[in-house]
Design a protein around this ligand. Structure first.
Ligand code: OTU
Length: 605
């Protein structure tokens, strides 16, 4: 039989017709002036067609399901972020832990870096030596494929980190560059003139001012400095070289065709450099992301792209693309709201959360926030500017670091930006020193708001069991110099076995989070694109907003203070209201919230 055009093929062709011009335009703007651009573009075109043709049929079938369009916006999706080794040990053991995740209501599993890392220190896997292999300490590529297959069968999407801004200094490309191979030398940014390096440095900010000062590292073999925004062993890729774009695109296509459902694009802000600027969030970065989104829409349309840009809101918003619907990343970390929730908790006032939630609503309609409480990095407060005064940011940070008389937190200062410290610590330790009696309520409050906001909520591994700071890194010479390890504990499976019935904090918190996930999934008001109206005129301690509309609307009220507070019922509650989380019911127009309480109210029908 010749040329049987299946439905899937026809759809792929239609997608090609729609998205190739978008990619070609963005790439023309980035690379159009380079020698041989037309030929390069033609080759990329062929690579895209080949990748689309190689997409396995079961994935192609999934691509066509209506439920696959914007699956990440559904109220049923809750994420979980974990390191493979710390969560399960190995890739082979991970499938055995999927039941646990499903009981928690998780269907989006973000695995922190798992590609083959650099030998020795690797910044928690963020220095990749081979994008085509997994970390041998975690298992084999076959184990990885088996995990993806098992997860997909259960309806759990696997999202992984793509460390796209840099490679390890022992990646083959870097090794060849170090040897002077001109082809690979151009994969990185080398500067021979120290005066030039100084001139660049004057405009750059150090990401790790204490542990990795400076943005360049001397490479003796080349008698030159190579650009290293992060650690000296993380060499920034040179995206002004079209070959780098092509190489990383191939990495994306291969992983997408293995069944990966999404990518956390690490350090997106830094992908493009221009002398005389801070080399963060440059317009060309958005060109790269526009092109990747369009190319993936041809090859693997259901694959989601998540921007990791821990920047101020005005700089984060463009990562979604433009208001006219042109897409870049579908998801972006809502780091401003995350930091604001912590500031609100520390200060006992809802004001920071209110301001940042209000401001974050200014995103393009198609963008979906990733809402989260903690992650593997420090909490940086700079995104609270210009909405929260510096002095308050600083007070909140010190409060969380336990450096205030009335502090309930056990965090640690990591580094300082513009006079405001960033903070390390597990959520449970930040929510209550030695798990004081309010730890459960504070965790429930933060997650209760995070699960209710517009977006996709992601649980950080261990928060569901109130895992505390892990101090073991202090005694490990390989990790002791890096404070972020305090929030990267190993899973405590013994604690996970304690149910809520045991009355243990772990059991109760896990039950709280599972309930949030379940309740969220049952209420269309929590779809990412459902309305979110902030309520004004509430007491200072209260955050109140209404999700959804009509009979389905849910009013969320959260009390950030340690005093009981009265909230007004804003729903049309002619027949009374019911709190979906506690099953408390009533007909009154005001409700008393206990310290740190959070309610999800619905009108009674
Ligand atoms: C990201 O971090 C990762 O999340 C970090 O774990 C890595 O160390 C880093 O990239 C390098 O790969 O650049 O745009 O604490 O928030 O380094 C944001 C600082 C980043 C991190 C910052 C971040």
């Amino acid at each position: 039989m010749d040329s049987v055009v299946t439905r899937a093929d026809a759809q792929q062709q239609a997608r090609f017709a729609e998205y190739w011009p978008i990619a070609a335009q963005a790439l023309g703007e980035l690379y159009g002036r380079a020698d041989g651009f037309e030929r390069w573009l033609q080759e990329l075109r062929e690579a895209v067609i080949a990748a689309a043709a190689q997409r396995p049929s079961e994935l192609r079938d999934r691509d066509q399901l209506p439920s696959d369009t914007e699956w990440w916006a559904a109220e049923t999706v809750v994420g979980y972020s974990a390191y493979v080794d710390r969560f399960a040990g190995t890739l082979r053991e991970l499938p055995g832990r999927l039941d646990y995740l499903q009981e928690l209501g998780v269907s989006y599993l973000h695995l922190l870096p798992l590609m083959k890392p650099r030998q020795g220190e690797s910044d928690g896997g963020y220095a990749v030596a081979d994008f085509e292999d997994v970390d041998p300490a975690l298992g084999s590529l076959a184990d990885f494929r088996a995990l993806i297959g098992e997860a997909n069968e259960r309806g759990i999407r696997i999202v992984i980190d793509l460390v796209c801004n840099h490679t390890a200094d022992d990646h083959n490309w870097a090794l060849a560059a170090r040897q002077g191979d001109p082809r690979y030398r151009d994969y990185y940014h080398f500067h021979e003139d120290p005066a030039q390096v100084d001139a660049l440095e004057r405009h750059l900010i150090d990401v790790f001012p204490k542990s990795a000062p400076g943005n360049f590292t001397y490479v003796a073999e080349r008698a030159a400095w190579v650009w290293t925004t992060f650690y000296p062993f993380q060499w920034d890729l040179n995206y002004s070289n079209p070959a780098v774009f092509r190489a990383m695109s191939e990495v994306l296509f291969n992983l997408a065709n293995m069944g990966i459902a999404g990518f956390r694009l690490d350090s997106t802000a830094f992908l493009w450099k221009r002398p005389g600027t801070s080399c963060r969030n440059l317009p060309e970065v958005h060109g790269i992301l526009t092109a990747w989104r369009a190319l993936l829409s041809i090859v693997a349309p259901g694959v989601v792209l998540k921007a990791e840009a821990i920047e101020r809101l005005e700089e984060v918003l463009p990562y979604f693309g433009a208001a006219d619907g042109s897409r870049e990343c579908d998801l972006a970390y809502n780091n401003g709201v995350m930091a604001a929730l912590w500031a609100s908790l520390a200060l006992g006032t809802a004001a920071p959360a209110y301001r940042l939630i209000d401001a974050a609503a200014a995103k393009p309609a198609h963008g979906v926030w990733v809402n989260y409480v903690r992650c593997h990095d420090d909490i940086i407060f700079s995104a609270l500017s210009p909405f929260v005064p510096k002095a308050l940011q600083r007070r909140a940070a010190l409060q969380l670091a336990g450096q205030a008389l009335d502090s309930f937190s056990d965090g640690r200062v990591f580094q300082e930006f513009d006079g405001v410290p960033s903070i390390n610590g597990m959520a449970a330790s930040l929510a209550g020193r030695e798990q004081d009696h309010a730890t459960r309520q504070r965790l429930r409050l933060l997650y209760g708001v995070t699960f209710a906001l517009g977006g996709l909520p992601v649980i950080y591994m261990g928060d569901e069991l109130a895992l505390e700071n892990d101090l073991s890194y202090e005694a490990d010479p390989a990790r002791s110099g890096e404070g972020r390890w305090i929030q990267r504990p190993s899973m405590d499976w013994r604690r996970a076995a304690e149910g809520a019935a045991s009355g243990s904090l772990a059991g109760l918190v896990r039950d709280d989070l599972a309930r949030l996930a379940r309740t969220r999934a049952e209420n269309p008001a929590f779809h990412a694109h459902a309305a979110c109206e902030l309520a004004e005129g509430q007491p200072e301690a209260l955050l109140a907003f209404i999700r959804g509309a009509g009979a389905e609307a849910v009013q969320v009220v959260a009390n950030f203070s340690m005093a009981a507070t009265q909230a007004r019922v804003l729903l049309d509650s002619g027949r009374g209201w019911r709190d979906l989380l506690s099953s408390r019911e009533g007909t009154s127009e005001t409700i008393e919230l206990a310290p740190y309480d959070v309610l999800w109210l619905r009108g009674q029908r």
